[in-house]
Design a protein around this ligand. Structure first.
Ligand SMILES: [Zn+2]
Length: 158
């Protein structure tokens, strides 16, 4: 006979969970962390097995829901978070290395003028688009520039 809880017991557990003291919460977090660390390889393996054994299902699901997924993605990248994740992803792809992408993004979105020529950024004007200038040798972020200045710097003329 498997162990089952009554509805009442389940409710009580929820209440207990909610009423934990900060100290208990901290201890629980620590415990989860250690357990995860201990079982790291196992967890990875389980995830991999799950991933592998559901390949066909996933393919099938994606095929069936392609329109829905595309639409969802289209809407998602228009949200603030979507834009942010998309932008940071592009930076990483183009070789920008940072230990704080969040901070870099904050800097980026709050910057309204080219740090070299002072022009006002305009998304619709190709030359005045906002660019994140970074060193192609180290990946380190240097400036926020308009496309025109960024191009000049790329050519070594700035
Ligand atoms: Zn400029």
């Amino acid at each position: 006979m498997p162990f089952t809880r009554t509805e009442e017991q389940k409710e009580q557990r929820k209440i207990n969970y909610k009423n934990r003291t900060e100290e208990q919460k901290q201890r629980d977090r620590e415990y989860t962390k250690t357990q995860r660390e201990k079982n790291k390889d196992n967890i990875k393996l389980t995830q991999k097995n799950y991933h592998d054994s559901h390949k066909e299902e996933r393919k099938e699901y994606n095929k069936k829901n392609r329109e829905h997924i595309t639409e969802y993605h289209r809407q998602y990248i228009q949200t603030d978070l979507g834009k942010k994740i998309n932008r940071i992803g592009n930076w990483k792809n183009s070789g920008v290395i940072s230990d704080n992408y969040d901070e870099l993004y904050e800097l980026y979105i709050n910057c309204s003028n080219c740090e070299n020529c002072g022009v006002n950024f305009e998304e619709k004007n190709c030359d005045n688009r906002k660019c994140l200038d970074h060193s192609h040798t180290t990946g380190v972020f240097r400036n926020i520039l308009c496309a025109r200045c960024n191009k000049k710097r790329g050519e070594g003329n700035l």
